[in-house]
Design a protein around this ligand. Structure first.
Ligand SMILES: Cc1ncc(COP(=O)(O)O)c(C=O)c1O
Length: 350
């Protein structure tokens, strides 16, 4: 077999270890479950599974267009945002091109870049935040793509509108900037960029969002890109005809309209945040204030050992050694009962 070096060098994705019956606070899923309106539509449409999906995702694009006040041509649904990262990277990275992002961020940007024989480069974080000035300072004529996570996974930190505006002044128009906004619906910071509106100002900007987080549909695999119609038309050339399944399309459109569920999910998240901040302070643990549905917390011990001990106590979290942080974990904000169970277990291992 003749293999490609860029693929040989990729470490395959290994799924997180789960103990049967354990409380899972490891993957930033919605603890309230799937959006009820989405579930109802799924149940009503199971008999459609003998037919191919709508390859144009027309109803979903129309729903997204209505939700955001943009044209349907501004959207490209994908099989999770992960698939969109592949479309984007495949569309803009040629062998040897550079992708710029930050250290301690979501690993899919690196994975997708390597898949297409691009070279990832990383700027350091500043106080757990994306350091946009450092990223801008690393742009060269080899840079084709920049991935920004806002809020960032695993730190939960964000950058604001003013900082982003300064950053964009330094980015050449032929460098594509992607903002991964998987957790946007949880954000409460008033200066969070109104990135949908910013698409009118920047033709080299792509946003990605997902139904996996606040809408509770991670198992269905559906996300979407938003960009200028000419960018979307270009990305659209790279996808399979039926990349988004029928139930995902229907459920996503229904979830978008489930404002009651979104509101309830936000309220649960805010209450959980408050409780966990207070408990971390009581336990003397440093954490980053979060704009997402998880918290990055330093636990003053080896995170892999802590992960094992917590799992034995029936709680799974994300140890962050693979992000280059050996003494921190990321915990998803759960229901009040789940948060209490996590704190009890954490207290025991400390
Ligand atoms: C920052 C970030 N982007 C994207 C994703 C993946 O989203 P999706 O389920 O839509 O592929 C995740 C999932 O954890 C994430 O944390």
């Amino acid at each position: 077999m003749q293999t490609k070096e860029n693929i040989q060098n990729i470490a395959p994705y290994t799924a997180g270890v789960l103990k049967a019956g354990a409380l899972k606070l490891a993957s930033n899923e919605n603890p309230l479950g799937p959006a009820p309106r989405a579930l109802a539509v799924i149940r009503q449409n199971l008999d459609k599974l003998s037919l191919y999906p709508d390859g144009g995702c027309r109803a979903l694009k129309a729903a997204l267009a209505g939700h955001y006040g943009k044209t349907p041509e501004s959207f490209l649904p994908g099989n999770g945002s992960d698939e969109l990262f592949h479309f984007i990277t495949g569309a803009f990275i040629r062998g040897g091109d550079r992708m710029l992002t930050s250290e301690v961020t979501f690993s899919e940007y690196t994975f997708a870049t390597r898949l297409f024989a691009g070279l990832p480069e990383y700027a350091p974080l500043q106080d757990g935040k994306f350091h946009l000035a450092e990223i801008a300072g690393r742009i060269t004529d080899k840079t084709r793509l920049i991935f920004l996570a806002n809020p960032n996974n695993p730190t939960g930190t964000y950058f604001g509108a003013a900082e982003f505006a300064v950053f964009m002044q330094q980015v050449p128009e032929d460098v594509m900037v992607v903002i991964d906004e998987a957790y946007a619906e949880y954000v409460t910071a008033p200066d969070y960029p109104d990135s949908i509106r910013l698409l009118d100002d920047y033709k080299n900007l792509i946003l990605t969002r997902t139904f996996s987080k606040i809408y509770g549909l991670a198992g269905l695999r559906i996300g979407y890109a938003v960009a200028a119609p000419e960018v979307i038309a270009y990305l659209n050339k790279t996808r399979e005809p039926f990349n988004v399944n029928t139930l995902a399309q229907l459920a996503a459109a229904a979830a978008l309209a489930d404002t009651e569920f979104v509101q309830r999910s936000r309220e649960n998240n805010e209450a959980g945040k408050k409780y966990l901040y207070a408990e971390f302070a009581r336990l003397g643990l440093k954490y980053y204030p979060t704009q997402a549905n998880f918290i990055f917390v330093y636990i003053q011990q080896d995170c892999l050992a802590a992960f094992q001990k917590l799992m034995e106590l029936g709680v799974t979290v994300r140890p962050l050694q693979s992000f280059g942080v050996p003494d921190a974990i990321r915990v998803t904000i759960g229901t009040p009962e789940q948060n209490q169970k996590f704190i009890q277990a954490l207290q025991e291992i400390l």
